[in-house]
Design a protein around this ligand. Structure first.
Ligand SMILES: *Cc1c(COP(=O)(O)O)cnc(C)c1O
Length: 215
């Protein structure tokens, strides 16, 4: 089964990189997958999932979680400020903190709730105009501002440009995390999670390689 095969490849990549077993958390990206496939992965004991839309996650995860209460979901896609409250209720972590206005909205809600999901700052490592994320040159100031707001920023996230060698972007993200004292690195997808593990990924986001092609 695909899940077991991916888990084996993650362990092998950890070993090859000289990293401890279990250093990398596998996020099974269940967006746009039929419920039966998600249930099959839950039935095999996997408990960490990723979704890229608040609405879609709200429609399916409360149901799954009533049967699998220890299942956790991370938001890996863009978040509108008017959905921030709902996102804070649904997700254990948000990997797409990508602008000051969202940071301010999350900080306000965190004060009110007394709790906030773990946050990853999305970095636009390829400086692509159509892609979300903080520009590398603005990152240090943004992380500082988030800390001033008391936000629990745990790491950085990136989605490399499709045409580039991803490894260069993973290495860049890692050096930016190091210089900001951040230990979390959300990087690597179905086609490039092995180089991401080699570059220090702590969270990989793997969808189609586990579940098959999306609808
Ligand atoms: C869809 C998605 C993934 C998973 O992509 P696959 O190629 O199916 O592994 C990972 N990260 C983000 C941000 C995504 O939107």
């Amino acid at each position: 089964m695909a899940l077991a095969e991916i888990q084996d490849r993650v362990r092998a990549a950890e070993r090859a990189a000289g990293r401890p077993e279990g250093a990398v958390r596998l996020i099974a990206v269940s967006k746009m997958q039929p419920d039966a496939r998600v249930e099959a992965v839950l039935d095999q004991g996997h408990r960490l999932f990723g979704e890229n839309r608040v609405q879609e996650a709200a429609g399916k995860w409360p149901g799954f979680q009533s049967r699998f209460p220890d299942a956790r979901v991370h938001l890996i896609g863009p978040l509108q400020t008017n959905k921030a409250r709902q996102a804070m209720e649904l997700f254990a972590a948000i990997h797409s903190l990508d602008r000051p206005r969202l940071a301010q909205a999350l900080a306000r809600l965190a004060q009110e709730r007394g709790h906030c999901p773990d946050l990853f700052v999305q970095v636009n490592t390829g400086q692509e105009p159509q892609k979300a994320g903080i520009a590398p040159a603005d990152l240090d100031a943004f992380v500082r501002d988030c800390r001033t707001l008391d936000l629990p920023v745990v790491g950085l996230m990136c989605i490399p440009p499709v045409a580039d060698d991803p490894r260069r972007h993973f290495a860049l993200l890692r050096s930016m995390a190091d210089s900001n004292g951040l230990s979390g690195l959300s990087m690597g997808m179905s086609d490039d999670f092995e180089p991401a593990v080699a570059e220090g990924a702590t969270h990989i986001r793997v969808g189609s390689a586990i579940f098959g092609a999306r609808n």
